[in-house]
Design a protein around this ligand. Structure first.
Ligand SMILES: Cc1cc2nc3c(=O)[nH]c(=O)nc-3n(C[C@H](O)[C@H](O)[C@H](O)COP(=O)(O)OP(=O)(O)OC[C@H]3O[C@@H](n4cnc5c(N)ncnc54)[C@H](O)[C@@H]3O)c2cc1C
Length: 168
């Protein structure tokens, strides 16, 4: 894990805006994120996914943390559902393709939405009459201030049209 200073964010946002982050680091696990937070004594802090719903207008004078938590795993199944866990740093469309290839139905209408899995609950992504909340079970969220992991169910997330508790 490497902390970089004054690095260009051009490759980290889909507009390709060439602004700089005062500090930048990537993390691949909650343990690495916890370690990083020890260094962060001066907020603000921005968690970056695929950078497809962010328009930078000036340099970011704080910490930009790139989520690289990976992994897609079938964790359980019952009569009606398959439960699949995906890391926040997985590319969303690749996750959809992975599911389609295995005949796991549910997310196919959400194909080709840019961005990463971790951003999908932020605005309850949707397309072609389907929203994430219809296929969502629960997520693990790391609280930056408490430095604790919380499990949130679909009700906890308070999903609305392109909206969730995370926006509040
Ligand atoms: C061409 C185009 C088409 C699109 N079509 C659709 C569409 O059909 N339906 C739709 O719903 N959206 C659509 N979008 C919007 C975009 O795809 C979604 O908002 C997507 O979820 C953004 O993902 P991202 O990883 O790029 O997020 P980013 O742009 O990196 O981040 C967006 C916000 O989420 C936060 N965030 C990102 N990841 C995390 C994380 N792991 N933890 C906490 N906070 C996080 C960021 O801090 C930021 O506030 C489209 C965008 C584009 C450019």
């Amino acid at each position: 894990m490497q902390i970089q200073q004054n690095i260009s964010l051009k490759q980290f946002n889909t507009f390709g805006i060439d602004v700089a982050a005062r500090y930048f680091a990537a993390f691949s696990s909650t343990e690495e994120l916890t370690e990083l937070l020890v260094s962060i004594t001066r907020p603000p802090t921005l968690i970056l996914g695929g950078g497809s719903n962010i328009l930078f207008t000036k340099n970011y004078n704080g910490w930009v943390l790139k989520n690289k938590i990976k992994g897609i795993e079938l964790i359980k199944e019952d009569e009606h559902h398959l439960y699949v866990r995906a890391g926040a740093g997985e590319n969303w469309h690749q996750f959809v393709s992975y599911s389609i290839q295995r005949n796991w139905a549910g997310v196919e209408n959400l194909s080709l939405i840019p961005g990463e899995v971790g951003a999908s609950p932020m605005q309850n992504i949707g397309a072609y009459g389907v929203e994430l909340k219809e296929v969502f079970d629960e997520l693990d969220a790391f609280h930056l201030k408490d430095k604790k992991v919380y499990r949130l169910t679909v009700n906890d997330c308070k999903f609305g049209y392109r909206d969730s508790i995370f926006k509040k």
